[in-house]
Design a protein around this ligand. Structure first.
Ligand code: NAP
Length: 409
């Protein structure tokens, strides 16, 4: 059975991987220009399709039947050939419904701001209404816009249904959360990065912060059910969701110079088959100079500026092992860069065992004094700390077991 994803610019997509875990059919990417759409829909060889930007509305005239939800939303993200007929469904609805349920947010009777007025926003609003919430669309051009948000300071939940903050524009955020004192959570339909700037602001407030990965997997599950006619248990959604979270999460190592980050990082890369990046080596590549040369030409702040630029680029990627320079924790703006896609591990090693050769700051300063300053910073940056007092192999295994236990792989 041939299925696939129909869109205009597909780039990297997780859909083939998700569908290979959901059903036994071939799943291809069908990238088509608007002038190719009619011919492909009528004559293409496929049994079932997912439909993405910009064709969710455009495919409707080619459908012989629409499911009630697809009809209500005026958007189709799943097409199935049934004999001579083409049936249009909308499984984004189930996807977002699953996301809200899993978030644990209590939304009945609550004001929910939905940012954006595109296709995803329409789905979100329909789900929220059906669940008894009071959604308000915030649109750059609507009655409720970003200039009169003071009218909605009582919002309980914010849903981001805009592309603002999505890779590669990770540094953007659609809204300032400090204007909403009663906020209980933020749901962001974006899943790359895993923690958008908006979600990181919600985390800081200690409120619910959830990305759109579960929605992506849940909508795919319902699509597979339409493709195959077979029911799939919801547990499979969570199994695939957790496997993807694990696969996408960067493993980031912080700690004193010489604590073993590079060796442990290389081992983690070997064990997981992921690419390894040493931030210091990337800085040398970026600057075209050695680290002692950078320090001799500018002061430490010059080096830190380059480091932040390199980390911003490095940490936008997913599924990487990244070893950072010992002092990266001294720059607060490095934290959101590391955290956006990463789990941060502090590698702790006895100070007396740390080498100083070729490390400018370790030679100028007493290591003990440096450690006293940095210890609270490592603690604040890291999600976990791991002692490097056995072999590097033991540390790498410990890190992997912490992640897999936490993500429940
Ligand atoms: P869309 O049709 O392009 O609509 C996005 C809306 O966002 C626009 O209508 C616009 O609303 C607003 N917007 C666009 N650019 C903006 C900007 N620079 N600043 C502020 N607002 C802006 O896209 P969509 O299909 O609805 O998808 C929206 C987001 O949801 C995307 O990031 C997409 O990847 C994500 N999504 C995720 C899933 C999932 O499974 N997780 C499923 C569907 C969509 P106004 O003009 O009214 O302001």
């Amino acid at each position: 059975m041939q299925c696939g994803l129909l869109g205009r610019k597909l780039g990297h997509s997780y859909s083939p991987q998700i569908h290979s875990a959901l059903g036994e059919y071939d799943y291809a990417l069908f990238q088509k220009e608007p002038n190719q759409l009619a011919d492909f829909l009528k004559n293409g060889s496929y049994h079932g399709l997912n439909v993405t930007i910009p064709y969710k509305k455009d495919v409707i005239p080619y459908c012989d039947e629409l499911s009630p939800i697809a009809k209500k939303l005026g958007a189709v993200n799943t097409l199935v050939r049934k004999g001579e007929k083409l049936i249009g469904h909308n499984t984004d609805y189930f996807g977002f419904q699953t996301m809200v349920k899993y978030s644990g947010l209590e939304i009945t009777g609550k004001k929910v701001l939905v940012l954006g007025s595109g296709g995803a926003s329409a789905t979100v609003v329909a789900v929220l209404q059906a669940m008894g919430a009071c959604p308000i669309i915030i649109s750059r051009t609507g009655d409720n816009h970003y200039g009169n948000l003071h009218n909605h300071a009582d919002a309980s939940v914010i849903v981001n249904a805009t592309p603002v903050g999505m890779y590669p524009n990770n540094e953007e955020s659609p809204i300032d959360l400090s204007r909403f004192p009663d906020l209980q959570g933020v749901l962001d339909l974006i899943y790359n990065p895993a923690r958008t700037k908006l979600l990181q602001a919600a985390e800081k407030r200690n409120i619910v912060a959830m990305n759109g990965l579960l929605m992506l997997v849940a909508q795919a599950k319902e699509s597979t059910e339409w493709f195959t006619g077979k029911t799939i248990p919801d547990e499979l959604i969570f199994h695939i969701y957790n496997a993807l979270r694990f696969q996408m999460e960067n493993i980031i190592l912080v700690g004193m110079p010489g604590c073993g980050k590079t060796t442990i990082g290389n081992l983690l890369a070997q064990k997981t088959g992921r690419p390894f990046f040493d931030a210091d080596a990337e800085i040398v590549r970026f600057a075209g100079k050695t680290i002692p040369e950078i320090f001799s030409e500018s002061d430490e702040s010059g080096f830190r500026e380059i480091e932040t630029k390199v980390l911003a680029d490095l940490c936008k990627g997913s599924g990487r092992i990244i070893s950072t320079g010992g002092g990266c924790v001294t720059v607060p703006q490095n934290y959101p860069l590391l955290h956006q896609n990463g789990r941060i591990f502090w590698i702790q090693r006895d100070i007396s065992l740390l080498p100083t050769e070729g490390r400018p700051l370790s030679q100028i300063n007493s290591l003990e004094a440096m450690y006293e300053v940095r210890r609270p910073l490592y603690s604040a940056f890291s999600d976990e700390s791991v002692k490097n007092d056995g072999t590097p192999e033991m540390v790498a295994n410990r890190i992997l077991s912490i992640i897999t236990e936490d993500i429940k792989i």
